[in-house]
Write a protein that binds this ligand. Structure first.
Ligand code: GLP
Length: 241
């Protein structure tokens, strides 16, 4: 694991944007695995700027998002479809047909999950997977538990996740109880992984990720086994290392 510690969220966002930009400059048809949550917002803002300035061209890029809530239509302001349009896709020249986001409202969700994994494989696999991290060490929506799943699947969200994400909803009752997420296998097969973490609330999860046991109780700890995983952390997230 390569660990880069920066001063604050602004520096984290700038470094992360450079990392993604470098990937797209190196390979104009790069396959990017994308994450949501508050952490990558600053990175997306900078990528949009780099695209506007002509430094990074997204016209050949293919994207696969990590996850989506079940039961929220794409037009719902808290859906990850809405998030991605709002923070990135509306601002860069990515082709709509190259964008893939799990359909949390698919009629046949099992078939959808299979097709999502096939689409990732057909695109040649993910070149660079961006990750945030949950306070409980989840990545995507792969929650801590006795077992982890390899492929895209439906999950029951952990109580800590519902609580953490309730800040985006009017009340905790409105947070969906289930989500569709890429599995650990899809994440671990990415050629490179970039995990971002900011703030004190992530410090414990980052400590477990970097120096704890590799365990299904902390899904992010599996990144210790990946050959090209980089963590960009601000000082607070790195404070227990
Ligand atoms: C959600 C997402 C994760 C994200 C996590 C952390 O649960 N499914 O992909 O990493 O939240 O979010 P934040 O960056 O807002 O702390």
């Amino acid at each position: 694991m390569k660990i880069i510690v920066v001063e604050d969220y602004e520096q984290l966002s700038a470094k992360a944007a450079q990392f993604v930009a470098a990937q797209v400059i190196l390979k104009s048809h790069a396959v990017l695995g994308l994450a949501t949550g508050s952490t990558p917002e600053g990175m997306y803002r900078r990528l949009a700027q780099l695209n506007r300035e002509g430094t990074v061209d997204f016209s050949g890029v293919i994207t696969f998002n990590l996850d989506e809530y079940c039961g929220l239509p794409p037009s719902h302001p808290q859906s990850y479809h809405y998030y991605m349009n709002h923070h990135l896709f509306n601002h860069v020249n990515v082709r709509p047909e190259n964008i893939h986001i799990p359909a949390g409202d698919a009629a046949d969700i099992a078939a959808f999950c299979r097709e999502y994994d096939q689409a990732i494989a057909a695109a040649g696999g993910i070149d660079l997977q961006i990750l945030g991290i949950g306070v409980n060490g989840h990545i995507g929506f792969n929650e801590p538990g006795n077992c982890l799943h390899a492929g895209t699947h439906v999950v029951d969200l952990a109580a800590e996740t519902i609580e953490a994400n309730s800040r985006f909803f009017a009340s905790p009752d409105e947070v969906p109880r289930q989500a569709v997420t890429m599995g650990m296998g899809s994440i671990m097969r990415a050629k490179r992984i970039l995990l971002l973490a900011s703030g004190k609330s992530k410090a414990e999860a980052i400590k477990e990720t970097v120096s704890g046991k590799v365990t299904t109780a902390v899904p992010a700890s599996f990144l210790q086994l990946h050959r090209k995983a980089t963590l960009i952390l601000d000082k607070e997230a790195a404070s227990l290392l």
